[in-house]
Design a protein around this ligand. Structure first.
Ligand code: 3HC
Length: 309
């Protein structure tokens, strides 16, 4: 508890000193993570442009944000008038776009949360680098790719870092702020302060696979799948065991379905290719099979478990 209050104090003091640097944020990618990031930024007074490739995607994201902001408002305010002001102020700070290059023409920070594909991310950042003002900082929310490799596409490695959020973004308190060797101290300070301004507790880490959380979490989730592949226990029993025996809010299979099996497969593929000697990262056949069958977890209605639409 003492440790937690220390972190909070540290984050708040940084926040008051530096949060003013980032006022307008452009979030590229409006999936679960991108829309969550846009939402928490808008909730905390930042203006936000949320970008995706087409209007169908941004409309879907806006609906997701509306639902989530309503849940947050209900929890935050007993008074109905205050709650509805919070909702309309938050939604009023978010504009949408389908043109990333134009959207970054005037922005303090770009947070990218698009598909986990290095070449696609590099192409995007190389275009944004030419269009964004020189003071604009760039961050990727990647879970599995090296930030340094993405930053190579730009001429602003000193203003480039990782901002790794957790799903559901409006609820999860942690933000990992990731440094590549070239990231300047000013950029780290500004990104850390922005995290605090969002109400997150920040931790700083180097650009290593999985940073802190996923380096520990991903092998745990893959090991749970290996347990059922070997027939050592059922997934229901494993979920019960980890919830009741380790006090995790979700069992590994519930969490896998929640994160998305497609996302997990991309992480598994990238790490097993990049670190073939690492046993913990080896490909897990069940994950590949489920994704091939279109069973992506909660978002598709079925993963390890079935969900009602
Ligand atoms: N928006 C706003 N509020 C939300 C929300 C959302 N999307 N989802 C949940 N909430 C709020 C609810 O309103 C509720 O508030 P209340 O306590 O005031 O009623 C509270 O959160 C709890 O929600 P629920 O009652 O619906 O459900 P649970 O108690 O089962 O909690 C959970 C849901 C917060 C998702 C919890 O199960 C949990 O913490 N699970 C673990 C999640 C986790 O580990 N995430 C990290 C994944 S790894 C990752 O993201 C990294 C990536 O790189 C892979």
């Amino acid at each position: 508890m003492v440790f937690y209050s220390f972190l909070t104090t540290r984050s708040l003091s940084l926040s008051s000193a530096m949060a003013s640097k980032i006022k307008h944020v452009t979030v590229i990618g409006s999936g679960l993570m991108g829309s969550g990031i846009a939402q928490v930024a808008a909730q905390t007074g930042h203006t936000v442009t949320m970008v995706d490739v087409d209007v169908v995607a941004v409309d879907k994201a806006q609906k997701r944000i509306e639902n989530s902001v309503q849940r947050v408002a209900k929890k935050k305010y007993g008074d109905e008038e205050e709650a509805s002001k919070f909702i309309s102020d938050t939604l009023g700070r978010i504009t949408t776009s389908v043109d990333a290059v134009t959207a970054v023409g005037s922005t303090d920070l770009v947070v990218e949360a698009i598909v986990e594909n290095l070449e696609v991310k590099k192409k995007l950042f190389s275009e944004l680098d030419k269009a964004a003002p020189s003071h604009t900082m760039f961050a990727s929310n990647t879970s599995s790719l090296p930030i340094a490799k993405i930053a190579e596409a730009t001429s602003r490695k000193d203003r480039f870092g990782g901002l790794h959020f957790f799903n559901p973004v409006p609820v999860m308190k942690l933000l990992e702020v990731v440094r590549i060797p070239e990231t300047s101290q000013a950029t780290m300070d500004a990104m850390t302060a922005w995290g605090a301004a969002l109400g997150k507790i920040t931790v700083q880490c180097k650009d290593t696979p999985g940073f802190i959380v996923n380096y520990l979490l991903v092998p745990y989730l893959l090991s749970a799948i290996r347990l059922i592949e070997r027939g050592d226990a059922t997934m229901e029993d494993i979920d019960t065991a980890m919830k009741l025996g380790a006090s995790y809010p979700m069992g590994p299979f519930e969490l896998l379905d929640f994160i998305g099996l497609d996302t997990m497969k991309l992480v598994n593929k990238a790490w097993s290719t990049d670190y073939p000697e690492e046993q913990a990262f080896q490909m897990v056949p069940t994950l590949v099979k489920l994704v091939e069958e279109g069973k992506l977890g909660r978002k598709s209605g079925e993963g390890f478990y079935r969900y009602r639409k």
